[in-house]
Design a binder for this molecule. Structure first.
Ligand SMILES: [Zn+2]
Ligand SMILES: [Zn+2]
Length: 331
């Protein structure tokens, strides 16, 4: 009996020490992220070109309209401009299957590896780099093994490796193609996951403005928009992708726990994201009068998606695997 009590006390002590460590790390990390944000000297990107048409084809996201295409709690979008095709993130592949849901969907949609020339990784999280295995290795993979990507240009938010290729770390805002730039990393700190450096893409659509394409959105919507407004002369026209609003539900569950409500929110886990936060972000975005808005369901609940859909009734775009979102001359 005495030994049992000692064991329970030891476990409690370890948990208290762990929580204290996480608390201190979180407070230091949040302060560091905020200082980096405030001190970043952002030079304006002018004259980086424009595209007449922009097409975003979700290859991986939570929802899919047909049983022939697989949905999962990750992101991979094929982005087409007048001159380039860019693969933005490479999905989750939670079961590390081959073909992965990404390769499966690509085949169903008639898309080959040769159909894009650039890969951009938003951040090193398992649902964006093709699984935990690749996150741990600071690499990425389109299926359960790394296939030959030939001579593609790769842009990553932190130093990431890929066999035979030299990915370019775009910590700072960088033009990567005509009318396409990464807005550079905006850091944040998560209580459990630690430091997160995430980048978003900006595409300049002729006559309309900047369309932002986002992975998980750990940077927070206001900072993504403010960074883009500092960087570009053109107005913000829209935002498409993940913004991490798991208020009532979580797509990823571990032993029944709605994990995204507590992990990845970059807040104290006992102060999760509420509908008030979502509404404040919607109000912030409304002031820009965007022409296109689409929220990924991979890290947001249906309640948040409904709030966005209702707030932008004429401009909201559903994000579903296989359903093209066309902006510009292709609309
Ligand atoms: Zn994500
Ligand atoms: Zn993430």
């Amino acid at each position: 009996m005495f030994q049992v009590i000692i064991s329970i006390l030891a476990i409690l002590l370890i948990l208290v020490i762990l929580m204290l460590y996480l608390m201190v790390r979180f407070m230091i990390g949040k302060r560091k992220a905020e200082l980096q944000w405030q001190r970043a000297s952002i030079q304006k990107i002018g004259g980086f070109g424009a595209t007449k048409s922009l097409e975003i084809l979700p290859l991986i996201d939570w929802y899919s309209n047909t049983k022939y295409l697989k949905g999962e709690a990750g992101i991979s979008y094929l982005i087409k401009t007048d001159k380039n095709s860019i693969l933005f993130d490479v999905g989750f592949n939670a079961k590390q299957s081959n073909p992965s849901p990404l390769l499966h969907n690509m085949k169903q949609l008639g898309i080959a590896i040769d159909d894009f020339d650039i890969i951009v990784i938003s951040h090193n999280h398992l649902d964006h780099v093709g699984g935990m295995k690749w996150q741990r290795k600071k690499s990425f993979s389109l299926t359960n093994h790394q296939i030959d990507l030939k001579k593609k240009s790769i842009y990553t938010p932190i130093p990431i490796s890929y066999p035979g290729l030299n990915p370019i770390c775009t910590e700072n805002p960088t033009v990567i193609a005509n009318g396409v730039a990464t807005i550079g990393t905006i850091p944040n700190h998560d209580f459990f996951l630690g430091w997160i450096a995430e980048q978003a893409l900006a595409v300049n659509v002729e006559g309309k403005g900047i369309v932002l394409i986002v992975g998980c959105g750990h940077q927070t919507l206001p900072k993504i928009v403010e960074r883009a407004e500092t960087l570009f002369e053109e107005p913000i026209y829209g935002i498409i992708g993940g913004l991490h609003y798991p208020v009532t539900d979580s797509r990823i569950r571990i032993m029944g726990i709605k994990i995204q409500k507590y992990v990845g929110i970059c807040r104290l886990p006992w102060r999760p994201i509420t509908m008030n936060v979502v509404q404040a972000n919607i109000d912030f975005l409304k002031k820009r009068n965007p022409g296109v808005v689409g929220l990924s369901a991979h890290d947001s609940c249906d309640s948040s998606i409904t709030a966005f859909r209702n707030a932008f009734p004429s401009t909201y775009k559903e994000i579903k695997v296989g359903e093209r979102i066309a902006i510009g001359s292709g609309e």
